[in-house]
Design a protein around this ligand. Sequence first.
Ligand code: FES
Length: 366
Amino acid sequence: MAHDDSSGKDIAATSSGLDAGAGTAVVPASAHAEADGGLAVITTDGFENPGHPPTRPRVTDIDPKKARHAQRAVYTLFYISIAGSIFALAAYMAFPINDDLNSVRLNTVFLGIGITLALFGIGLGAVHWAKSLMSEEEGEDIRHPVRGTDETRLRAVQIFDEANKESGFGRRTLIRNSLIGALVAFPLPAVILFRGLAPEYSNPAALLETTMWKTGTRLTLDPSGLPVKAADVTIGSAFHIIPEGLNDQPDRLEQKAKAAVLLMRINPADLNVSPGRETWNYDGIVAYSKICTHVGCPVALFEQQTHHLLCPCHQSTFDVNNECQVIFGPAKRPLPQLPITVDSEGYLVAQSDFTEPVGPSFWERS
Ligand code: FES
């Protein structure tokens, strides 16, 4: 690396009595006779060289054996990183997550070990490379306008060339290739992790279009699963509802994320019902999806006086009197209504599934 002032590096080089072949970092003063201008072109408003002490050569600078040893250590660390990434991929497949809590632990632990090794290998290898093999001579960069002169630009190309030579990036092919391999392999575990968030073996869009609600499915309390009679729902009350049988489903959490409902009873005279929906409520008892149409938070706050439903995430507010139209906030779509009635025993049941997809409004754009 070049200097503004030749005193620092050149003293180090000459005082140690080295020649150009001794190590990778120290360069004799003669080699910089034409490069005294430093890393950048010197401008007239440059500042004075603060006078850094001479650079002391490291063992890897003066002993080629030590330099080779350091090189081996660096590429070994990059290979460890590659092995870590591959291990993480293998662990993800070997320890899939299922209903058993132990499978979550195994998956997390082994995936974590792999990703740790991958990161650790790249980080330590890069630090070791910089500390032991790259030139550590100090230089001075003179500040200059952002758009350099042609001379400056030419010099920049020379600097890249010098950096390449000093770091050995082009010459030390084992290190370079293993680093590239480590950087390519490292993101792979993230790809499979994100893939793991999607449902297996099924079209996610189709899964989101329907819920567990069917004709005759009883409305039951969340989380107990006890069915609700229309007579139990007094005016002004609100209940968190799940479909009957949800707790027995193997994928109950996924099902609940789509089928959760809020049940409220309003004075029928307060309800403004649009044509076609006259039979969707039962004597003022209405059921609406609990999944906010903004980005899917649970809409869980019912204001008894105003009959407003509030989403705590971004304060979208829905008017129950008016079929849960949005009256405030970022949501763009009313909450879908679940058509309900009662069965022969007086329990509240669904007339059908929701007539539109629940959840965020991206549906409208698809
Ligand atoms: S998720 Fe409900 S307002 Fe944003």
